[in-house]
Design a binder for this molecule. Structure first.
Ligand code: SF4
Length: 225
């Protein structure tokens, strides 16, 4: 039997969990009520928060998965890549930039990059305190007084790597344009399954910087906003 996108089979007891769509860690009142209503109506144990700023409704019997997915009216992330963001300037007194607005723009960029060599994790932080763990994500963005610092090639896995700064204190449009170029370069040159950290180690950060910032050939055909 095939289950809808967003439904995951729990390994231990055979029940399922379903993750509502919650972009960059946010759920509005309507979605919160829908989740609470589902938990009560189906007598479920509750929800579990994940490290990726999402919640999963747990303990769903197989026969109820379809109905619950329909009730939620939107499960899973719109973007296949993982994007997390701290509260940024809108919700944190230390924030220098609006991480939530920037996260939506980054999501738009990533939606244009299907079939990447490997999964991408993106972390946005509104200031250099980096609550969004931006330096240990494939792509990191850090708010600065004048814009954004763009980080490439971080990883928080077993072989930890701090990402490299490709741009520092750069305006939003230039940051997004450079991100597109860096992703194009990565998609073109990386081996299948090669995460950005290993890619950056293999090619060297100077090559990535050079291509991201200067290569007109890669920029050709990319529509910059
Ligand atoms: S990174 Fe900065 S803006 Fe974001 S939550 Fe932490 S202190 Fe606040």
């Amino acid at each position: 039997m095939e289950y809808p996108f967003g439904a995951v089979n729990e390994r231990l007891d055979g029940t399922f969990s379903v993750t509502p769509r919650m972009p960059f860690g946010r759920l509005d009142a309507e979605a919160l009520e829908a989740v609470a209503d589902i938990v009560r109506r189906f007598g479920l144990p509750g929800v579990q928060a994940s490290t990726a700023q999402r919640i999963s409704i747990e303990g769903i019997p197989a026969g109820s998965v379809d109905e619950i997915v329909t009730m939620l009216n939107g499960v899973g992330n719109r973007c296949p890549q993982s994007i997390t963001a701290c509260r940024g300037r809108v919700g944190c007194k230390r924030g220098m930039q609006d991480t939530q607005a920037m996260a939506r723009k980054v999501e738009e960029v990533l939606m244009g990059f299907s079939q990447m060599p490997a999964h991408l994790k993106v972390g946005l932080s509104g200031c250099p305190r980096c609550c969004g763990a931006s330096y240990v994500r494939d792509i990191g963005l850090v708010g600065t007084p004048g814009g954004w610092t763009l980080v490439f090639g971080g990883n928080a896995g077993r072989k930890v790597r701090g990402g490299d700064e490709i741009l520092v204190n750069s305006l939003q449009d230039h940051t997004l344009a450079t991100l597109k170029t860096a992703l194009s370069f990565y998609r073109e040159k990386a081996k299948k399954g090669e995460r950005t950290a290993r890619f950056a180690e293999r090619l060297g950060v100077d090559a990535i910087k050079k291509m991201s910032l200067r290569d007109k050939g890669l920029r050709r055909g990319i529509k910059f906003k």
